[in-house]
Design a protein around this ligand. Structure first.
Ligand SMILES: NC(=O)c1ccc[n+]([C@@H]2O[C@H](COP(=O)([O-])OP(=O)(O)OC[C@H]3O[C@@H](n4cnc5c(N)ncnc54)[C@H](O)[C@@H]3O)[C@@H](O)[C@H]2O)c1
Length: 455
């Protein structure tokens, strides 16, 4: 299939999906069907700053048994292997629960039929001077995709077999999907990614140039596999467990973390805005469509579209953190008391002598009312391509604000990120007990209300 046909087919597939309407969660959920003896399964690994921490805290509070998986590790020759005893011990201590040690690395960037090159091998031949024109052998890429998908699904079947033995009849189970990624590790792509997500001036590169290349097309396919399709495989792979529980008085819930922009306070009102360019956005829409399809089959699966925070996975996107600052205003607006005021003081303390927090918040207001930025607040057109003008203002503002801190390693946005993930935990946990729909947005309003109610 030609590249043009492929892109047209993908676009058609997306336009055939019911257009996502912005469906924010506005009511604080309070239901809880989970209790001691029920099982929480984390479908992804747990990192220190990751979103999943908020949810796991709730599962622990409810006394649930916590189980996890691993994506496995790659040896020097790229062969995928389970965790060693030592790695497993460390991961289980970090999770606070048992981990099924069968590698569930998703994506196909390092998969290929025996004796043939993997997509990463093919990309290794590209250079900064020729990647835009370079053509890939799509029949071969498709075979690699099949090998990767087959590997993932067969390992998943083994994981589900073990899980089946660990989840008692009549229990409720909470499957929490966190998987997102798929950036192939090649020198050329890391250089391109640095230009798209961090570059400005001479170093700027348009995201459209990437998406129009064979390299970009391959990367979008891999994002789809890791970020979106793993949710479908999880729901499908756990059918037997779900049915058994339903027959014995238990229930199953599935949640996943989405991203599709966030409503934050701009000029005194909540407005939807987004980080641009979020090339993973196509995969996140596919993730939403998997939840919608499952929901139609009677499965309680919900994608929670969450705010921008700084984590291992989002650090590459310079400027993604700018939307966090107005959370401070939301905390006050949503009836914040002493605790909300304390958050302002904590953030003030992180700034250099003589720099006022209000000045930063004014800068963010000016940033959001800049026409170059406001132009990207277009929900229907999401995910839009970046522009050199956008990068100039966004990366510039991000760097300017970072410099006003005492320490680049202790940023206001680190503190606000930890608050957001703390707030999303109970919201997702309780909403999943009786979910209102397959796709819900957690915006700054409800997160601020949740945080104020907890403190
Ligand atoms: N950070 C943000 O601003 C933000 C915003 C909204 C939604 N999210 C979503 O939240 C979820 C958790 O991300 P996070 O930002 O907390 O970061 P994180 O780095 O803590 O989590 C990323 C997860 O993806 C898994 N993963 C990565 N590559 C994988 C692969 N090839 N195969 C299988 N699993 C893989 C990791 O094991 C980990 O569980 C993701 O779905 C992410 O897209 C993040």
């Amino acid at each position: 299939m030609s590249l043009r046909d492929w892109i047209l087919k993908q676009r058609k597939k997306l336009t055939e999906l019911p257009m996502s309407a912005l469906t924010p969660l506005r009511e604080m959920p309070t239901e809880n069907i989970f209790r001691s003896g029920d099982v929480f399964v984390l479908f992804g690994e747990l990192f220190g700053r990751g979103y999943a921490n908020g949810l796991i805290d709730e599962a622990r509070k409810a006394g649930m048994t916590i189980l996890g998986i691993t994506v496995g590790r790659r040896d020097d020759d790229h062969k995928l292997r389970p965790l060693t005893d030592e790695e497993l011990k460390e991961a289980e201590a970090n999770l606070g629960g048992r981990i099924i040690n069968v590698p569930l690395m998703a994506g196909f960037d390092l998969d290929a039929p025996e004796g043939t090159p993997t997509p990463t091998d093919l990309l290794a031949e590209l250079k900064l001077s020729n990647w835009q024109e370079a053509k890939l052998d799509w029949a071969h890429i498709e075979r690699c995709r099949e090998v990767g998908t087959e590997r993932f699904r067969s390992s998943l079947a083994t994981v589900m077999e073990e899980l089946n033995g660990l989840i008692p009849d009549g229990a409720n189970v909470f499957f929490a999907h966190t998987m997102a990624g798929g950036i192939p590790k090649t020198k050329v792509f890391l250089a391109i990614a640095n230009r798209i997500y961090k570059g400005r001036g001479d170093r700027f590169l348009s995201s459209r140039a990437l998406l129009d290349s064979d390299l970009g097309k391959l990367i979008l396919m891999n994002f789809d596999e890791v970020t979106a399709n793993t949710f479908e495989y999880l729901i499908e792979g756990s059918t037997r467990i779900r049915k058994r529980l339903a027959e014995t008085g238990g229930e199953a819930r599935y949640t996943a973390y989405g991203y599709h922009g966030t409503e934050i306070l701009i000029d005194g009102e909540y407005h939807w805005q987004t980080y641009t360019s979020y090339t993973q956005g196509y995969a996140k829409m596919r993730l939403e469509s998997h939840a919608e399809a499952a929901w139609q089959q009677g499965v309680k699966a919900t994608v929670f579209n969450c705010p921008e925070i700084r984590t291992n996975s989002s650090d590459i996107f310079v400027g993604v953190e700018l939307s966090l600052f107005p959370l401070l205003k939301a905390l006050k607006r949503e009836n914040g008391g002493v605790w909300a005021k304390e958050q302002w003081s904590i953030c003030q303390e992180l700034l250099q002598e003589g720099v006022q927090l209000e000045e930063i918040l004014d800068k963010i207001e000016a940033y959001n009312s800049d026409p170059t930025i406001a132009e990207f607040r277009n929900f229907e057109a999401w995910p839009m391509d970046n522009t050199a003008e956008l990068a100039e203002v966004m990366v510039g503002t991000s760097e300017e604000i970072t410099k006003l801190h005492k320490d680049r390693k202790a940023l206001i946005t680190d503190h606000l990120s930890s608050l957001v993930l703390e707030g999303t935990g109970p919201l997702i946990f309780h909403e999943a007990s009786r979910p209102h729909g397959p796709v819900l947005w957690l915006n700054h309003d409800i997160i601020a209300r949740q945080l104020n109610s907890m403190h």
